[in-house]
Design a protein around this ligand. Structure first.
Ligand SMILES: [Zn+2]
Length: 441
């Protein structure tokens, strides 16, 4: 049996950890890691095979340092498995919340969680928000590409959700900036959260209009790289500090910005973060690929899972005295708007929304490349050959979205190359010297 509700008993420790010693946080990490590893080996066929093949016994994994014995798993490795091989025995898939991964990989994978696993990640996220300055009863307006988990079933879960210390209001990021600002004006959030590009675009519209509709106390940016220029523009326009948070669908919160060092604190009690190059951990100051092991995933474990992001490892402890390990920099999360002819702009998520539902059945991996202002190519690797109808329907819908003056091409390819440093970019907007800063900031 996998651990159940009793896992919620760790919540007080999670809330306490920012004030705890490093030894205490790392002790918690090791204990939780052993639970996760034992569950994965005992209950999840994929990990049982992986461990056996590498001749690793669960009892050999005592702390994060032992994880190198386990082979790295990529999103592609998980995609190849039938669902039942990824889920723990005894879990009813119908009871799980489902979240599709999006963001920076171009390879869809559905992440499944028990409601209490989702709740634990929620508490970690709240803790991160509180460290940025969020307070009890704050209204948080989050501008996002909708990716809501499935309906919550448990009565207890609903009751817990009702006493959320922060009230969350969601606004779709693909609305026109004016509509988003109007919605924000009604909500009057103390915390404004969204993708760096969405926030930068809003800042531009606000500074042009001269009307500041909201007065947030703090701004949280995530999912994309926050450039220094965008940070300054957003912060100056909304007259509030901007915090760049780092998370993913697979792991929830990964790292939060440190107010004094300029780096990031890793949620060492939410996941084990390794930074590796060629499978070997790098030294502080060096960059590599982020490999994570979730400490709260039992229904669908993620063990030594390569996220695809490139990060720079920071010092082991932070100069500010927090007990967490650090990342110095997070690279490779850039999703920019596509600049179209006539000054129009298109967020790549708009294209994603068109094909994410139907095309995922036959599309295995994809990349949107804007070769010219008036030409976008969707390169894709197929899971299976699409029918003529499927392909022409998709082409029709995408062409309609981009307009007559943009050539939209579908191109089936055998594989899609990674960028230098090994980072795969799902969206590549067109950049030329004459392009104004406004469309990408
Ligand atoms: Zn710090």
């Amino acid at each position: 049996m996998i651990p159940g509700l009793q896992q919620l008993s760790i919540l007080p420790s999670l809330l306490w950890h920012p004030r705890a010693s490093r030894e205490s946080v790392m002790g918690f990490q090791s204990r939780q890691l052993r639970r996760v590893i034992a569950n994965a080996y005992d209950n999840v066929p994929y990990y049982r095979r992986l461990f056996d093949h590498a001749a690793v016994k669960p009892e050999q994994i005592r702390t994060a340092a032992d994880l190198v014995r386990i082979p790295i798993t990529t999103r592609r490795d998980l995609q190849k498995q039938p669902l039942e091989d990824l889920l723990a025995r005894g879990v009813d898939p119908k009871q799980l919340l489902i979240q599709p991964t999006s963001g920076s990989s171009g390879e869809p994978l559905l992440v499944r969680r028990m409601w209490w696993e989702q709740r634990i990640l929620g508490v970690l996220r709240l803790r991160g928000l509180a460290q940025c300055g969020a307070r009890y009863n704050d209204r948080l307006a989050i501008i996002l590409f909708h990716n809501k988990p499935a309906r919550r079933r448990s009565v207890l879960h609903r009751a817990l959700a009702a006493v959320q210390p922060i009230k969350v209001h969601e606004i779709h990021c693909l609305l026109e900036p004016e509509a988003i600002l109007a919605a924000l004006e009604k909500i009057q959030p103390q915390i404004l959260s969204g993708y760096a590009s969405s926030l930068a675009l809003l800042a531009k519209v606000v500074s042009k209009s001269g009307h500041l509709p909201i007065h947030p106390r703090l701004i949280i940016s995530g999912a994309e790289m926050l450039t220094p220029l965008a940070e300054r523009q957003i912060s100056e326009t909304f007259e509030a500090p901007v915090y760049d948070t780092y998370g993913s669908h697979e792991f929830g919160s990964i790292a939060n910005p440190c107010k004094s060092s300029g780096g990031y604190h890793v949620f060492d009690d939410g996941l084990v973060v390794e930074v590796v190059q060629g499978g070997t951990p790098v030294a502080p100051g060096e960059h590599g690929s982020l490999v994570g092991t979730s400490l709260h995933a039992f229904a669908m474990p993620f063990i030594r899972y390569q996220l695809g992001d490139i990060v720079t490892r920071g010092p082991e402890g932070c100069e500010c005295g927090q007990p967490f390990s650090t990342l110095r920099e997070i690279q490779g999360r850039i999703i920019d708007y596509f600049p179209l002819p006539g000054g129009r702009r298109l967020h790549p998520y708009e294209l994603l929304e068109v094909f994410r539902k139907d095309a995922y059945k036959w599309m295995y991996q994809y990349q949107l490349v804007q070769e010219r202002r008036d030409r976008i190519v969707l390169r894709y690797v197929t899971r299976r050959q699409p029918s003529h109808d499927e392909e022409s329907q998709l082409r029709g819908r995408l062409s309609k979205l981009v307009g007559d003056d943009v050539d939209f091409t579908l191109l089936a390819v055998d594989h899609i190359e990674s960028e230098k440093h090994g980072k795969f970019r799902m969206y590549k907007p067109f950049v030329d010297a004459s392009m104004s800063q406004a469309s990408t900031i």
